[in-house]
Design a protein around this ligand. Structure first.
Ligand code: SF4
Length: 97
């Protein structure tokens, strides 16, 4: 099983999940170096429509990221509010990298 970042990440991009993930399996269309270099309060505005994605094949299901997310955007695969939709987007993002 994997944890999944939902679209509630859009407009936030806090990236606290990146800091706690022990296997570095979270990425986004904007480089993480660029994101973390920007002030937290400005990230969602600076990159509208952008969110981070967990690589479902690399996630070890530790659950550390979910409580770290200030937007409440991260759920276990079996608890996703929109079913498998967000998992599908995460798979598509990481497959294209
Ligand atoms: Fe990383 Fe653990 Fe979250 Fe998976 S559940 S993305 S391994 S912090």
């Amino acid at each position: 099983m994997s944890y999944v970042i939902t679209s509630a990440c859009v407009g936030c991009l806090d990236a606290a999940c990146v800091e706690v993930c022990p296997v570095d399996c979270i990425a986004g269309p904007v480089s993480l170096e660029e994101v973390v270099a920007a002030p937290r309060a400005e990230r969602g505005v600076r990159w509208p429509g952008v969110q981070l994605f967990i690589d479902p094949d690399a996630c070890i299901d530790c659950g550390a990221c979910a409580p770290a997310c200030p937007a409440g955007a991260i759920f276990g695969e079996d608890d996703l509010p929109l079913g498998a939709e967000d998992l599908g987007r995460a798979r598509a993002f990481h497959a294209a990298r």
